[in-house]
Write a protein that binds this ligand. Structure first.
Ligand code: FE2
Ligand code: FE2
Length: 208
């Protein structure tokens, strides 16, 4: 039990402390051309969007870790921990892009981690099938945000685009894997809570 608590705390620290996690896969931005001059407004806008996406990945880590904490079966717990590990790549890529854009992750990340962890743990209590259904619904929502960002990112920001494109592919796969594992629709209060939180997250982290 103590060991599990330490492992969870380690995951929290790696998520909220910049540069403390490392990616397993190469950053897709490496395939894109180096930055063409962006004007200050475009740079700030791109950084705002990438900060939102980074915090989205912080929330993903926290949701999965919260869900793993209260998962009913060892199998579901192992799957959720594996899913969280896969999201680490996204977290690191967004962090690296923020640095390239001469910006930083959101200062609100520890708070979003806490709130998401609580939602994740609560969802886990509703049972593994609902918890897996929640993964699929969350990934759907994430993909919608990412698609919007692909449209509103400055045209010349090929490097952020390359990252988001890979994230969209990965998130779609995460969603369908969760359904294939028996995920089913979860109660609408949790869904509403998610929508409210994602609104709060996207409006605050664009700047803060
Ligand atoms: Fe992700
Ligand atoms: Fe994902």
């Amino acid at each position: 039990m103590i060991e599990y608590g330490i492992a969870q705390f380690d995951r929290f620290l790696k998520t909220v402390i910049p540069n403390s996690a490392s990616a397993a896969k190469a950053n897709p931005a490496q395939q894109a051309p180096h930055d063409i001059e962006m004007d200050e407004g475009s740079r700030q806008h791109a950084a705002g969007l990438m900060r939102i996406n980074h915090t989205g990945e912080v929330c993903a880590q926290a949701l999965y870790n919260g869900q793993a904490l209260t998962a009913k079966s060892a199998e579901a717990r192992a799957y959720l921990e594996h899913a969280a590990d896969e999201e680490t790549d996204h977290l690191v890529w967004c962090e690296e892009r923020l640095a390239e854009l001469a910006s930083r992750p959101s200062l609100l990340n520890p708070a979003f981690y806490g709130a998401s962890f609580a939602i994740g743990a609560m969802t886990g209590l509703l049972g593994d099938r609902i918890s897996l259904g929640f993964v699929s619904a969350t990934e759907d929502q994430v993909c919608k945000h990412l698609e919007e960002h692909m449209v509103t990112l400055p045209e010349e920001d090929q490097r952020s685009r390359a990252i988001l494109q890979q994230m969209i592919e990965d998130e779609e796969r995460h969603g369908s894997e969760a359904l294939a594992r028996g995920g089913k629709a979860f109660p609408s209060p949790v869904k509403q809570l998610m929508t409210v939180m994602s609104k709060v997250m996207t409006t605050t982290t664009y700047r803060i």
